[in-house]
Design a protein around this ligand. Structure first.
Ligand code: MTE
Ligand code: MO
Length: 410
């Protein structure tokens, strides 16, 4: 083949690759944006319903983007080799590919979190997080510095420099300008990402215990405080392993002793209502259990102290017509339910203490439900009312697409 034809072909091929490259970038931007929305606790609060479809979009685009990557990669590698492009370009390609593959593999694992179990999901979520927080800025840098817009800006800057004869002595003024612009871009991205990375690392740096100062610590809002049982302090579980991600679909309710009440009503023979002091008189027990969120994170060996739900139900004397138990939160919005049979399981607890301390407000305190065998969307925070009902009730997240079957083990 003569040289002319060869180069023409290569150029055409390069053009095609460029288009594909562009579409990959578009898919990637959608994934990055939806991914950060899913990470945002603020979004969860402002627009909870949106989370469900944002997650669907994220997963679908994720799957769709596998295809162009598979088609595109071998061609790109070949193209770079034929044109004997700079080593730099090739190395960059492999870094980008590595990031994308790690995100995809961990993303697929997370999509099937239920099938692979909590341990594998936690690992997948960790990988997905790492490559989001470190990989996304890299890819952002990659796409900005390779865009037509950026290259033109570089060119313009260089021309200006030459006109002004600033860097005329330099051997390679283009290189200098370029390095400067690129370092600037890299720096700006790094600074922009810092709050996100900080947010992510905070619990791992031991900063999670610092309370938001606008929040009244519950230990000040209640008196007396529950005295932990010997099994709670020191916690028989040896202290929890892992970090909670604190979720709320509303503004966090400020529970105080004055507005605290705990009710059991509906289809019961003896409806009950306790104030704080009376509530503390109920017999508490201690249990160690794991806590699994359906989005992939878990906290292990949590020592909870509280009242077994079955004990509370027996105090209220459940009417034979009751088939389901509905749980209300003091936030006025969040609810969920169990069948009566599920509610009678031994480990279902109305918890007050975690690892020997009153449960914090953001963690659902002072009183939250714990259903260790099920995903934590069943574990209603700021629990203040239990209603016995005859018909099934669809909980907050279940209404918005979460499965009614919340068993962790399938
Ligand atoms: N009232 C209320 N309870 C709730 C939620 C919520 O948003 N509001 N989120 C649920 C979900 S999805 C999870 S994973 C756990 C999170 O508990 P944490 O915020 O203490 O980590 O609480 C569950 N109970
Ligand atoms: Mo969750």
């Amino acid at each position: 083949m003569d040289k002319e034809v060869f180069y023409k072909k290569q150029r055409k091929f390069g053009q095609k690759l460029k288009q594909l490259h562009h579409w990959n970038a578009v898919l990637f931007v959608i994934l990055a944006v939806t991914g950060f929305v899913l990470l945002s606790t603020d979004f969860r609060q402002w627009f909870p319903q949106g989370r469900i479809w944002v997650k669907d979009i994220h997963i679908w685009i994720g799957f769709v983007s596998i295809l162009p990557l598979v088609v595109y990669t071998p061609k790109m590698v070949k193209h770079l080799q034929t044109l004997r492009k700079r080593k730099n370009n090739q190395r960059n390609l492999y870094v980008v590919l590595f990031i994308l593959v790690m995100l995809m593999v961990s993303g697929i694992a997370l999509t099937y979190h239920r099938e692979i179990g909590p341990e594998m999901s936690s690992a997948a979520l960790f990988i997905h997080d790492v490559f989001t927080y470190l990989g996304v800025p890299y890819l952002l840098y990659h796409s900005i510095t390779r865009s037509q817009w950026f290259k033109e800006m570089e060119k313009r800057r260089l021309q200006k420099d030459q006109e002004k004869r600033y860097v005329i002595e330099d051997n390679n003024p283009m290189m200098d300008r370029r390095t400067l612009l690129r370092k600037g871009t890299g720096g700006a991205i790094a600074i922009g990402m810092t709050p996100f990375i900080y947010q992510w690392l905070k619990p791992h740096l031991g900063l999670a215990t610092l309370n938001n100062s606008s929040e009244l610590p519950l230990t000040k809002a209640f008196s007396p405080l529950p005295q932990p049982l010997p099994d709670s302090k020191p916690p028989i579980g040896g202290g929890r392993e892992g970090e909670f991600r604190y979720y709320t679909v509303t503004k966090m309710p400020q529970v105080t002793e004055a507005n605290f009440s705990f009710q059991v009503d509906g289809l019961v023979n003896h409806p009950k209502e306790w104030n704080w002091e009376q509530f503390l008189q109920l017999k508490r027990e201690v249990q160690v259990s794991d806590f699994h969120c359906v989005t992939g994170w878990s906290v292990y060996k949590v020592t909870w102290e509280g009242i077994k739900l079955k004990d509370i139900l027996s105090k209220a004397n459940v009417h034979p017509k009751a088939k389901y138990v509905k749980f209300y939160s003091q936030d006025g919005v969040y609810t969920d339910s169990l069948t009566l049979e599920q509610a009678m399981m031994d480990e279902v607890m109305v918890a007050l203490l975690i690892d020997g301390k009153l449960i914090e407000n953001r963690n659902g305190g002072p009183v939250r439900l714990i259903v260790p065998e099920m995903y934590a969307y069943k574990s209603v925070k700021w629990l203040n009312r239990i209603e016995l009902i005859a018909e099934p009730h669809t909980g907050y997240w279940e209404k918005r697409g979460y499965k009614k079957n919340a068993w962790v083990k399938i």
